[in-house]
Design a protein around this ligand. Structure first.
Ligand code: HEM
Length: 464
């Protein structure tokens, strides 16, 4: 079978380049081979697609043409996760799990998201540097634990929070993420070996999740609206409820897919807002037009804030690639004929950096999203088709509320103003661990003081 040409470097070296310098690897390959090329990462071979035409065909063709692949995340999420399912079971899970992350059910989390953002920011000391990603991770993990498990306090909540953070950290650096890429490294050589440590943490997380499931089975509560309760009350066509393993795999999928990604996106947005003074000023002007900053439905619709979120996810899309799709029956995409078994992956990063679509693609310009609308095949930070991210609306909602809460209440500054380059963090593209900020002041106190002063002046004026 003739695949489109691609980098000629030996597969193992390509894998190392892809893990250590993903953007250089993608850009150089696209320069040489255009927007459709074959990559070989160790034993893994796939065709990367980056043109709007290819995305349109990939996302609109009947989904039965493709199967999902037992990808990188399999050891973390398990084989019953929605990500690993296909056909009817996949469709059923999506149908069941869409409501909690959309519409009224999602908006009900608005106040909670703002409160968590405030609680986390209040723990920071003025003028003392803090790691931006850790703070954003704390926020997004607490939000996810509440939405998915409906838990927000107690020992189990605390333990899950710590273990999940540690589990994801253990496969996040370019070196340790090789654990996910190379099956040969996935050997349990005791708790001190990297994979042994990973499995040990995973077992602890599983015990906590199973304990929570057990408790819910023993004390059912029909008023609960979290994802776990929803899944526990669902049955298949034969009236069978989900097994404990199915429940675990879905829960961990949401925690993993929804927490790191949103935290990274919020960290990037904070970076751009504070790196570019004109962006900060314009955002502040917009936020200052709102009389009630706790009105989440107004915040979610602010045009400039929305444009900042869109541009953040365009420039460094947290997920550089879509999930792989395995061809089940021969198909033609972007003028290429692909045979059964070929793995096709959409390259979101390359699509977002096309000069024919985005003027000055390397620049952060939120205005571009106010000037024109991009199609679903030109702008796709959440992928598309039947596998489009199920948490898209929730992630954007959370991003906007957290950014609005932080920027309107705190004056932050980057510790180092020099440009930051993205690094690999697990399967995502993130700012480096070392990116730090400081709380330089409290805008809410400054505003209060300014209001009091003007009231005093008015009073004085009255009495004079
Ligand atoms: C800024 C944050 C996020 C980004 C950039 C992001 C990005 C993505 C991308 C690119 C995909 C693959 C789509 C495809 O292959 O076409 C995906 C799938 C998925 N995402 Fe997200 N995501 C984010 C947040 C979330 C959140 C908050 C949740 C959970 C509430 C979530 C749950 C999922 C799930 C379950 C899938 C698999 C869907 C399926 O296989 O049908 N994601 N996401």
């Amino acid at each position: 079978m003739q695949l489109p040409p691609g980098p000629k470097t030996p597969p193992f070296l390509q894998l190392i380049q892809w893990i250590s310098h993903p953007l250089d690897y993608l850009e150089k390959s696209a320069q040489l081979y255009g927007d459709c090329f074959t990559v070989r990462w160790g034993n893994f071979e796939a065709v990367l697609l980056g043109s709007p035409q290819a995305f349109q065909e990939l996302f609109t063709v009947d989904s039965n043409y493709f199967a999902s692949t037992q990808g990188l995340l399999l050891p973390i999420v398990g084989d019953q996760s929605m990500i690993m399912l296909d056909g009817a079971p996949h469709h059923r899970q999506r149908h069941l799990l869409t409501p909690p992350f959309h519409g009224e059910r999602m908006r009900a989390y608005g106040q909670l998201i703002c409160n968590i953002a405030e609680q986390v920011m209040e723990t920071l000391t003025i003028s003392k540097p803090f790691a931006v990603r850790s703070a954003m991770q704390e926020i997004s993990l607490r939000v996810m634990l509440d939405a998915v498990f409906g838990i927000n306090e107690g020992q189990r909540f605390q333990q899950l929070k710590e273990l999940l953070t540690s589990l994801l950290d253990s496969v996040s650096s370019p070196l340790s993420s090789s654990l996910l890429f190379l099956r040969s490294l996935q050997r349990d050589l005791g708790p001190w070996s990297p994979w042994g440590h990973f499995l040990h943490q995973q077992q602890q997380i599983n015990s906590l999740i199973y304990a929570e499931i057990q408790q819910r089975r023993e004390h059912p509560d029909s008023t609960r609206t979290d994802v776990l309760s929803l899944l526990m009350s669902a049955c298949d066509e034969d009236g069978q409820p989900m097994t404990n393993q199915e429940l675990r795999d879905e829960l961990i999928t949401f925690l993993v897919a929804g927490h790191e990604t949103t935290a990274t996106a919020m960290s990037w947005a904070l970076y751009w807002i504070h790196h570019l003074p004109e962006v900060y000023t314009q955002l502040l002007d917009e936020l200052d037009t709102i009389s009630d900053i706790s009105d989440v439905s107004i915040i979610a619709k602010l045009p400039y804030l929305s444009a900042i979120c869109s541009e953040t996810l365009r420039l460094y899309p947290v997920s550089m690639l879509t999930m792989p799709r395995i061809v089940k029956s021969p198909i033609k995409i972007a003028e290429h004929q692909f045979e059964q078994g070929t793995k096709l992956i959409g390259c979101i990063y390359l699509a977002h950096h096309r000069e024919d679509i985005y003027r000055q693609p390397k620049q952060f310009r939120p205005e571009r999203f106010l000037e024109r609308q991009f199609s679903l095949y030109e702008y796709l930070p959440f992928g598309g088709g039947n596998r489009r991210c199920i948490g898209m609306a929730f992630a954007l909602f959370e991003m906007k509320l957290v950014l609005a809460t932080i920027v309107s209440r705190y004056r932050l500054a980057l510790l180092d103003q020099s440009p930051v380059k993205p690094v690999r963090r697990g399967a995502t593209l993130a700012p480096p661990d070392g990116m730090q900020m400081v709380v330089a002041g409290y805008r809410y106190q400054e505003r209060l003081l300014a209001n009091r002063t003007s009231q005093l002046c008015e009073l004085k004026g009255v009495h004079q």
